[in-house]
Design a protein around this ligand. Structure first.
Ligand SMILES: [Zn+2]
Length: 373
Protein backbone atom coordinates (compact mmCIF):
# COMPACT_ATOMS: atom_id res chain seq x y z
CA UNK A 1 0.00 0.00 0.00
CA UNK A 2 1.39 3.37 -0.98
CA UNK A 3 0.71 5.47 2.07
CA UNK A 4 2.08 8.91 2.74
CA UNK A 5 2.25 8.76 6.53
CA UNK A 6 5.68 8.03 7.97
CA UNK A 7 5.68 4.46 9.18
CA UNK A 8 7.41 1.13 9.07
CA UNK A 9 6.57 -2.10 10.77
CA UNK A 10 7.80 -5.63 11.22
CA UNK A 11 5.71 -8.78 11.28
CA UNK A 12 6.56 -11.77 13.48
CA UNK A 13 8.60 -14.08 11.29
CA UNK A 14 10.41 -11.50 9.24
CA UNK A 15 8.63 -9.31 6.65
CA UNK A 16 9.36 -5.58 7.04
CA UNK A 17 7.23 -2.84 5.49
CA UNK A 18 8.25 0.78 4.90
CA UNK A 19 5.73 3.43 3.92
CA UNK A 20 6.37 5.72 0.99
CA UNK A 21 6.11 8.66 3.39
CA UNK A 22 9.16 7.36 5.25
CA UNK A 23 11.29 7.25 2.09
CA UNK A 24 10.11 10.69 0.99
CA UNK A 25 10.82 12.27 4.39
CA UNK A 26 14.31 10.77 4.79
CA UNK A 27 17.19 13.22 4.32
CA UNK A 28 19.53 10.52 3.06
CA UNK A 29 19.91 6.81 2.43
CA UNK A 30 21.36 6.31 5.91
CA UNK A 31 18.06 7.35 7.54
CA UNK A 32 16.14 4.71 5.56
CA UNK A 33 18.85 2.17 6.43
CA UNK A 34 18.36 3.23 10.05
CA UNK A 35 14.64 2.42 10.23
CA UNK A 36 15.27 -0.83 8.35
CA UNK A 37 17.97 -1.79 10.87
CA UNK A 38 15.62 -0.93 13.74
CA UNK A 39 12.73 -3.01 12.30
CA UNK A 40 15.08 -5.89 11.43
CA UNK A 41 16.24 -5.87 15.03
CA UNK A 42 12.68 -6.35 16.31
CA UNK A 43 12.55 -9.43 14.06
CA UNK A 44 16.07 -10.67 14.93
CA UNK A 45 15.42 -10.29 18.65
CA UNK A 46 12.09 -12.10 18.18
CA UNK A 47 10.12 -9.38 19.95
CA UNK A 48 6.93 -10.17 18.06
CA UNK A 49 7.10 -13.95 18.08
CA UNK A 50 8.34 -14.07 21.68
CA UNK A 51 5.21 -12.21 22.75
CA UNK A 52 2.95 -14.34 20.56
CA UNK A 53 4.51 -17.52 21.93
CA UNK A 54 4.22 -16.37 25.51
CA UNK A 55 0.48 -16.04 25.10
CA UNK A 56 0.27 -19.80 24.53
CA UNK A 57 -1.00 -21.73 27.48
CA UNK A 58 1.86 -24.17 27.81
CA UNK A 59 4.30 -21.32 27.72
CA UNK A 60 2.45 -19.60 30.55
CA UNK A 61 2.90 -22.78 32.56
CA UNK A 62 6.61 -22.86 31.81
CA UNK A 63 7.20 -19.22 32.62
CA UNK A 64 5.07 -19.45 35.74
CA UNK A 65 7.81 -21.75 37.03
CA UNK A 66 9.82 -18.58 37.50
CA UNK A 67 7.11 -17.21 39.77
CA UNK A 68 7.33 -20.42 41.75
CA UNK A 69 11.11 -20.09 42.01
CA UNK A 70 10.80 -16.53 43.18
CA UNK A 71 8.20 -17.43 45.79
CA UNK A 72 9.87 -20.50 47.19
CA UNK A 73 13.04 -18.61 47.79
CA UNK A 74 16.36 -20.19 47.01
CA UNK A 75 16.21 -19.65 43.27
CA UNK A 76 15.15 -16.01 43.39
CA UNK A 77 18.76 -14.93 43.37
CA UNK A 78 19.57 -17.04 40.35
CA UNK A 79 16.58 -15.66 38.43
CA UNK A 80 17.87 -12.15 39.06
CA UNK A 81 21.39 -13.24 38.09
CA UNK A 82 20.09 -14.63 34.79
CA UNK A 83 18.89 -11.14 33.99
CA UNK A 84 15.26 -12.05 33.42
CA UNK A 85 12.60 -9.36 33.66
CA UNK A 86 12.38 -9.78 37.38
CA UNK A 87 9.77 -7.41 38.67
CA UNK A 88 9.07 -5.90 35.27
CA UNK A 89 5.37 -5.41 34.89
CA UNK A 90 3.53 -6.25 31.68
CA UNK A 91 1.04 -3.50 32.37
CA UNK A 92 3.61 -0.83 33.08
CA UNK A 93 5.94 -1.91 30.29
CA UNK A 94 3.03 -1.49 27.88
CA UNK A 95 4.26 -1.37 24.31
CA UNK A 96 7.65 -2.02 25.76
CA UNK A 97 10.19 0.75 25.68
CA UNK A 98 12.69 -1.90 26.72
CA UNK A 99 12.27 -3.51 23.28
CA UNK A 100 12.84 -0.13 21.66
CA UNK A 101 16.19 0.31 23.38
CA UNK A 102 17.20 -3.23 22.36
CA UNK A 103 16.16 -2.58 18.72
CA UNK A 104 18.09 0.72 18.68
CA UNK A 105 21.28 -0.84 20.07
CA UNK A 106 21.12 -3.97 17.93
CA UNK A 107 20.16 -1.80 14.93
CA UNK A 108 23.27 0.35 15.52
CA UNK A 109 25.43 -2.77 15.20
CA UNK A 110 23.57 -3.87 12.03
CA UNK A 111 24.15 -0.43 10.50
CA UNK A 112 27.81 -0.33 11.44
CA UNK A 113 28.40 -3.74 9.86
CA UNK A 114 26.64 -2.60 6.67
CA UNK A 115 28.79 0.53 6.49
CA UNK A 116 26.27 3.10 7.71
CA UNK A 117 26.66 5.54 10.57
CA UNK A 118 24.16 4.54 13.30
CA UNK A 119 23.50 8.24 14.03
CA UNK A 120 21.26 8.26 10.94
CA UNK A 121 18.82 6.04 12.85
CA UNK A 122 18.61 8.61 15.64
CA UNK A 123 18.21 11.36 13.04
CA UNK A 124 15.32 9.51 11.35
CA UNK A 125 13.43 9.45 14.63
CA UNK A 126 13.98 13.22 14.86
CA UNK A 127 12.82 13.63 11.25
CA UNK A 128 9.62 11.74 12.14
CA UNK A 129 9.07 13.92 15.19
CA UNK A 130 9.45 17.04 13.07
CA UNK A 131 6.94 15.72 10.49
CA UNK A 132 4.46 14.58 13.08
CA UNK A 133 3.75 17.91 14.72
CA UNK A 134 2.37 17.87 18.23
CA UNK A 135 0.48 14.58 17.92
CA UNK A 136 3.39 12.65 16.39
CA UNK A 137 2.95 10.10 13.62
CA UNK A 138 1.95 6.51 14.18
CA UNK A 139 5.57 5.45 13.63
CA UNK A 140 6.54 7.16 16.88
CA UNK A 141 3.70 5.66 18.91
CA UNK A 142 4.63 2.20 17.59
CA UNK A 143 8.29 2.82 18.48
CA UNK A 144 8.11 5.00 21.58
CA UNK A 145 11.22 6.85 22.66
CA UNK A 146 12.67 5.02 25.67
CA UNK A 147 14.28 8.33 26.65
CA UNK A 148 17.70 9.64 25.58
CA UNK A 149 17.38 7.78 22.27
CA UNK A 150 19.62 10.21 20.39
CA UNK A 151 22.24 10.24 23.13
CA UNK A 152 22.63 6.50 23.57
CA UNK A 153 22.67 5.76 19.81
CA UNK A 154 25.40 8.40 19.42
CA UNK A 155 27.33 6.80 22.27
CA UNK A 156 26.92 3.34 20.68
CA UNK A 157 28.24 4.72 17.36
CA UNK A 158 31.28 6.11 19.18
CA UNK A 159 31.90 2.78 20.91
CA UNK A 160 31.66 1.01 17.56
CA UNK A 161 34.23 3.44 16.22
CA UNK A 162 31.93 4.52 13.37
CA UNK A 163 32.27 8.01 12.00
CA UNK A 164 30.36 8.62 8.79
CA UNK A 165 29.16 6.23 6.09
CA UNK A 166 31.43 3.93 4.15
CA UNK A 167 28.50 2.42 2.24
CA UNK A 168 25.57 4.19 0.66
CA UNK A 169 25.18 6.00 -2.61
CA UNK A 170 23.28 9.16 -1.89
CA UNK A 171 23.09 10.01 -5.57
CA UNK A 172 21.08 6.88 -6.25
CA UNK A 173 18.86 7.54 -3.23
CA UNK A 174 18.04 11.03 -4.52
CA UNK A 175 17.09 9.48 -7.89
CA UNK A 176 14.78 7.00 -6.12
CA UNK A 177 13.10 9.82 -4.21
CA UNK A 178 12.63 11.80 -7.43
CA UNK A 179 11.12 8.78 -9.18
CA UNK A 180 8.66 8.24 -6.31
CA UNK A 181 7.63 11.91 -6.53
CA UNK A 182 6.79 11.35 -10.19
CA UNK A 183 4.32 8.59 -9.32
CA UNK A 184 0.69 9.32 -8.52
CA UNK A 185 0.49 10.92 -5.08
CA UNK A 186 0.35 8.68 -2.05
CA UNK A 187 -2.89 8.57 -0.09
CA UNK A 188 -3.22 9.34 3.60
CA UNK A 189 -4.32 6.58 5.94
CA UNK A 190 -7.71 8.30 6.12
CA UNK A 191 -8.15 8.41 2.36
CA UNK A 192 -7.22 4.75 2.10
CA UNK A 193 -9.75 3.93 4.78
CA UNK A 194 -12.45 5.90 2.97
CA UNK A 195 -11.62 4.07 -0.24
CA UNK A 196 -11.87 0.76 1.54
CA UNK A 197 -15.03 1.96 3.30
CA UNK A 198 -13.86 0.78 6.65
CA UNK A 199 -12.62 2.43 9.80
CA UNK A 200 -9.34 4.25 9.78
CA UNK A 201 -6.54 1.99 10.94
CA UNK A 202 -5.34 3.07 14.32
CA UNK A 203 -2.01 2.81 16.04
CA UNK A 204 -1.50 2.21 19.70
CA UNK A 205 -4.03 4.76 20.90
CA UNK A 206 -7.62 5.58 20.12
CA UNK A 207 -8.83 2.02 19.75
CA UNK A 208 -12.40 1.25 20.63
CA UNK A 209 -12.63 -1.49 23.24
CA UNK A 210 -15.70 -3.59 23.85
CA UNK A 211 -15.49 -5.91 26.84
CA UNK A 212 -18.22 -7.73 28.71
CA UNK A 213 -18.39 -7.03 32.49
CA UNK A 214 -16.64 -9.37 34.95
CA UNK A 215 -18.59 -12.54 35.60
CA UNK A 216 -19.90 -12.96 39.15
CA UNK A 217 -18.61 -16.52 39.29
CA UNK A 218 -14.89 -17.13 39.65
CA UNK A 219 -12.50 -19.68 38.16
CA UNK A 220 -9.32 -20.74 39.94
CA UNK A 221 -5.99 -21.14 38.19
CA UNK A 222 -2.92 -22.72 39.64
CA UNK A 223 0.00 -21.39 37.58
CA UNK A 224 2.37 -23.31 39.88
CA UNK A 225 2.47 -25.16 43.20
CA UNK A 226 2.97 -21.98 45.18
CA UNK A 227 0.19 -19.87 43.73
CA UNK A 228 -3.58 -20.14 43.29
CA UNK A 229 -5.43 -17.29 41.62
CA UNK A 230 -9.20 -16.85 41.31
CA UNK A 231 -10.46 -14.53 38.59
CA UNK A 232 -13.89 -13.93 37.01
CA UNK A 233 -14.89 -16.98 34.97
CA UNK A 234 -14.93 -14.95 31.74
CA UNK A 235 -11.25 -13.99 32.09
CA UNK A 236 -8.34 -16.02 30.69
CA UNK A 237 -4.58 -16.09 31.11
CA UNK A 238 -3.36 -13.93 28.22
CA UNK A 239 0.30 -13.36 28.83
CA UNK A 240 3.18 -14.30 31.05
CA UNK A 241 6.41 -12.33 30.91
CA UNK A 242 9.28 -12.86 33.30
CA UNK A 243 7.75 -13.39 36.72
CA UNK A 244 4.29 -12.01 36.00
CA UNK A 245 1.05 -13.43 34.67
CA UNK A 246 -1.93 -11.52 33.29
CA UNK A 247 -5.63 -12.48 33.23
CA UNK A 248 -8.02 -10.49 31.06
CA UNK A 249 -11.45 -10.76 29.44
CA UNK A 250 -11.94 -11.24 25.70
CA UNK A 251 -11.17 -8.08 23.75
CA UNK A 252 -9.09 -6.42 26.47
CA UNK A 253 -5.62 -7.59 25.43
CA UNK A 254 -3.57 -5.90 22.70
CA UNK A 255 -0.20 -6.40 21.08
CA UNK A 256 1.79 -3.53 19.63
CA UNK A 257 3.77 -3.60 16.39
CA UNK A 258 7.04 -3.81 18.30
CA UNK A 259 5.96 -6.94 20.16
CA UNK A 260 4.97 -5.18 23.36
CA UNK A 261 1.49 -5.56 24.77
CA UNK A 262 -1.16 -3.82 26.84
CA UNK A 263 -4.45 -4.67 28.48
CA UNK A 264 -7.39 -2.41 29.24
CA UNK A 265 -9.29 -4.62 31.73
CA UNK A 266 -7.92 -7.36 33.97
CA UNK A 267 -5.31 -8.17 36.56
CA UNK A 268 -1.60 -8.82 36.48
CA UNK A 269 0.02 -10.78 39.29
CA UNK A 270 3.77 -10.79 39.64
CA UNK A 271 6.75 -11.07 41.91
CA UNK A 272 9.23 -8.23 42.34
CA UNK A 273 12.48 -7.87 44.18
CA UNK A 274 12.14 -6.62 47.72
CA UNK A 275 14.13 -5.80 50.82
CA UNK A 276 11.69 -7.02 53.48
CA UNK A 277 10.24 -3.58 54.12
CA UNK A 278 6.87 -3.60 52.36
CA UNK A 279 6.28 0.16 52.56
CA UNK A 280 9.67 0.99 51.04
CA UNK A 281 9.44 -1.79 48.47
CA UNK A 282 5.98 -0.63 47.35
CA UNK A 283 7.29 2.91 46.98
CA UNK A 284 10.25 1.83 44.87
CA UNK A 285 7.96 -0.32 42.70
CA UNK A 286 5.77 2.77 42.16
CA UNK A 287 8.80 4.92 41.29
CA UNK A 288 9.91 2.22 38.85
CA UNK A 289 6.46 2.20 37.20
CA UNK A 290 6.30 6.01 37.08
CA UNK A 291 9.53 6.22 35.08
CA UNK A 292 8.04 4.87 31.87
CA UNK A 293 4.56 6.26 32.60
CA UNK A 294 4.76 10.05 32.88
CA UNK A 295 0.99 10.40 33.34
CA UNK A 296 0.80 7.96 36.25
CA UNK A 297 -0.58 9.56 39.42
CA UNK A 298 -1.44 8.30 42.84
CA UNK A 299 -5.13 9.10 43.39
CA UNK A 300 -5.55 8.06 47.00
CA UNK A 301 -3.51 7.33 50.11
CA UNK A 302 -1.82 3.95 50.43
CA UNK A 303 -3.74 1.89 52.99
CA UNK A 304 -3.19 -1.35 54.86
CA UNK A 305 -5.10 -4.16 53.23
CA UNK A 306 -5.38 -7.92 53.26
CA UNK A 307 -3.71 -9.59 50.28
CA UNK A 308 -4.12 -13.36 50.24
CA UNK A 309 -4.75 -13.32 54.00
CA UNK A 310 -1.47 -11.51 54.64
CA UNK A 311 -0.86 -7.94 55.64
CA UNK A 312 -0.48 -5.87 52.53
CA UNK A 313 -0.83 -2.43 51.03
CA UNK A 314 -3.31 -1.16 48.43
CA UNK A 315 -2.83 2.08 46.46
CA UNK A 316 -5.17 3.57 43.88
CA UNK A 317 -3.61 5.15 40.82
CA UNK A 318 -4.72 7.04 37.74
CA UNK A 319 -3.12 6.67 34.32
CA UNK A 320 -4.03 7.16 30.67
CA UNK A 321 -4.65 4.02 28.63
CA UNK A 322 -2.13 3.53 25.84
CA UNK A 323 -4.78 1.56 23.96
CA UNK A 324 -7.77 3.89 24.16
CA UNK A 325 -6.17 7.19 25.16
CA UNK A 326 -8.83 7.43 27.91
CA UNK A 327 -8.36 7.83 31.70
CA UNK A 328 -7.60 4.57 33.40
CA UNK A 329 -8.08 3.30 36.95
CA UNK A 330 -5.42 1.15 38.58
CA UNK A 331 -5.43 -0.61 41.90
CA UNK A 332 -2.02 -1.83 43.05
CA UNK A 333 -1.74 -4.22 45.99
CA UNK A 334 1.42 -5.67 47.46
CA UNK A 335 2.40 -8.16 50.12
CA UNK A 336 5.72 -9.48 51.34
CA UNK A 337 7.06 -13.03 50.98
CA UNK A 338 9.20 -14.82 53.53
CA UNK A 339 12.29 -14.42 51.37
CA UNK A 340 11.79 -10.64 51.21
CA UNK A 341 10.40 -10.64 47.65
CA UNK A 342 7.08 -8.96 47.04
CA UNK A 343 3.92 -10.19 45.31
CA UNK A 344 2.00 -7.47 43.51
CA UNK A 345 -1.52 -7.45 42.05
CA UNK A 346 -2.30 -4.78 39.47
CA UNK A 347 -5.97 -4.30 38.57
CA UNK A 348 -6.67 -2.23 35.44
CA UNK A 349 -9.98 -0.82 34.18
CA UNK A 350 -11.20 2.31 32.40
CA UNK A 351 -11.82 5.14 34.86
CA UNK A 352 -15.57 5.18 34.13
CA UNK A 353 -15.84 1.45 34.96
CA UNK A 354 -13.80 1.66 38.17
CA UNK A 355 -16.91 1.15 40.31
CA UNK A 356 -17.71 -2.18 38.68
CA UNK A 357 -14.15 -3.46 38.65
CA UNK A 358 -12.91 -2.34 42.06
CA UNK A 359 -15.03 -4.99 43.77
CA UNK A 360 -13.57 -7.65 41.43
CA UNK A 361 -10.00 -6.53 42.12
CA UNK A 362 -10.66 -6.74 45.87
CA UNK A 363 -11.94 -10.31 45.52
CA UNK A 364 -8.94 -11.32 43.41
CA UNK A 365 -6.39 -9.99 45.90
CA UNK A 366 -8.23 -11.34 48.94
CA UNK A 367 -8.64 -14.83 47.46
CA UNK A 368 -5.12 -15.23 46.09
CA UNK A 369 -3.34 -18.13 47.83
CA UNK A 370 0.41 -18.00 48.24
CA UNK A 371 2.39 -20.82 49.84
CA UNK A 372 6.02 -19.83 50.42
CA UNK A 373 6.85 -22.08 53.32
ZN1 LIG B 1 10.67 -0.17 17.45
Amino acid sequence: MIQKEINTFAMPGGPIYINLGMIEAAHNEGEVAGVMAHEMSHVMLRHGTAQATKAQKYEIGAVAGQILGAIVGGTAGSIIAQGSNFGISTYFMKFSREYETQADINGSHVMARAGYDPRHMAEMFRTSEAQGGSSGPEFLSDHPNPGNRYQYITKEAQMLGVNGDSAGNNGEFVRVQARLKGMSPALSAQQIAQQNQRRQPVGTTGRAVNVEPPSGSFRTYQPNNALRVSVPANWNPVESVGTSITYAPQGAYFQGDNGGSAFTHGVEIGVAQGTGNLQNDTNSLLRNFAQGNPQLQQSGRARNDSVGGRSGITVQLANVSEVTGQPEYISLSTTELRNGSMVYVIGVAPRNEAGTYDDTFRKVRQNIQISDR
